[in-house]
Design a protein around this ligand. Structure first.
Ligand code: GLV
Ligand code: MN
Ligand code: MN
Length: 416
């Protein structure tokens, strides 16, 4: 690599300012961000991002699921671009870094290359994937999953949020149903920078996580059907209390995940009593389950144990519990050559590092199914994420962006 390129550093202050500038779109009183995918705040940040990409000389293309691609030309346009990026949507009480760091660091890489007058041999492409979070529309990472062919575009367009609005309607309402066929804009590789969202790097005082694996994920929709009846007149032995049954099942999921630990986690994050009332015994509850493990066998074993727990609870309590597996993402093994490229960049720049498994789902996990993909993690404060208090330091964000840039340069090559 040319001397100028091998010593190149991103502009840490500019990256930090950019993260804080975009955090105003959906800012919450506690310092976090609420930017549900395809809502009005998502439109604001998308418009900002489009302008910033264009100002940095990128051609912006939008696909039929709203994923945004900012193309920076390379010397050899016959080569497939190296993709880099993440997502700009957040959880309902999300932070300023989850996804945002990786997308804005990708922009910062382009800005830095522009300032240094560096042309890459292969084009590079900044990506903002639609709906990574999966909290408004399920499943998570749906646009990158459709991009790699795991779902049809029509299937994803028809998915509805809790208010009955479809992905297609939401895209139209913010003007981001793009022209491009999903998956048509091919990439030769994909690299994603992200905060770790867990406690390991911070505890071990390491700056960079070289991600070599991603956990598998199973999402379920569940429903408990009991019988609504009078809270004052129905004797305890005669009740079919859906909430009491769900409470037992919540504890069963916790026990089962622990029994398959340490590399398994299970969460019931949503439970909605239909027509709740203080003096009515709950009779109908919708809930969700999120199960994760780096092992597919463990996901299978947990599924079996959950169904046994349901059989026992429903027989004893005379209620019904239905489980519907709505998403299963197999564990990811990232491309060894790209993982080595991240590790080499980390060594060359002298940052402390370790190999790490991603506990969270990421668009890069989908991309890994069709192109060489890799991820770079940086620490976040107390390992906290999916929370308004999510935090990371300026120097760690800059370190991650530098590794992103040098990994991309190693893949794209310097033309001059
Ligand atoms: C995405 O944020 C996930 O649930 O891991
Ligand atoms: Mn994320
Ligand atoms: Mn997230």
């Amino acid at each position: 690599m040319a001397e100028a390129a091998s010593n190149l550093q991103i502009d840490s202050a500019r990256l930090w300012d950019t993260i804080h500038e975009t955090a105003k779109f959906g800012a919450t009183p506690k310092g976090g961000v609420r930017r549900l995918t395809l809502g009005p705040e998502d439109k604001q940040v998308r418009d900002w991002f489009r302008n910033a990409c264009e100002a940095a000389g990128c051609e912006v293309h939008v696909d039929a699921l709203g994923s945004m691609f900012g193309l920076r030309k390379g010397r050899d346009m016959s080569k497939l671009p190296v993709g880099l990026g993440s997502h700009l949507d957040t959880q309902p009480t999300g932070g300023k870094f989850d996804g945002i760091l990786g997308t804005l660091a990708a922009l910062e890489v382009v800005r830095t290359l522009n300032d240094a007058g560096i042309e890459t041999d292969t084009p590079i492409c900044i990506v903002n994937w639609t709906n990574e979070e999966g909290s408004r529309f399920a499943p998570a990472t749906m646009a990158s999953a459709a991009y790699v062919g795991d779902y049809t575009t029509d299937d994803i367009l028809s998915r509805k949020d809790a208010a009955g609005v479809s992905v297609g309607e939401a895209l139209d309402s913010i003007g981001y149903r793009g022209e491009e066929i999903v998956g048509a804009r091919k990439l030769g590789a994909f690299v994603e920078l992200h905060i770790e969202q867990g406690p390991i790097l911070e505890a071990e005082n390491k700056t960079i996580g070289v991600v070599d694996r991603g956990q598998g994920i199973a999402w379920y929709d569940g429903r408990v059907i009991g019988f609504e009846s009078h809270a004052g007149t129905t004797p305890m032995p005669l009740r079919k209390d859906a909430l009491a049954a769900l409470a037992e099942f919540v504890l069963a999921v916790e026990r089962i995940a622990k029994a398959h630990g340490p590399n398994a986690v299970g969460t019931i994050g949503e439970a909605l009593i239909a027509a709740p009332s203080r003096n009515v015994i709950p009779g109908d509850i919708a809930f969700t389950i999120d199960i994760r493990s780096p092992s597919a066998d463990t996901l299978n074993a947990i599924d079996k144990d959950m169904r046994s727990a349901i059989a026992e609870i429903t027989a004893r309590r005379n209620v019904e519990i239905a489980l519907d597996l709505i998403w299963r993402k197999e564990p990811t093994i990232f491309n060894p050559k790209l993982v080595d490229a991240v590790e080499n960049a980390t060594k060359a720049l002298g940052y402390s590092h370790r190999r790490i498994t991603s506990g969270a789902g990421h668009d890069a996990c989908n991309l890994a199914g069709v192109v060489p993909a890799a991820m770079i993690f940086v620490p976040c404060k107390d390992g906290v994420s999916h929370n308004e208090l999510e935090d990371a330091t300026q120097s760690d964000c800059a370190a991650g962006a530098n590794i992103l840039m040098h990994t991309v340069l190693a893949l794209a090559g310097v033309a001059s």
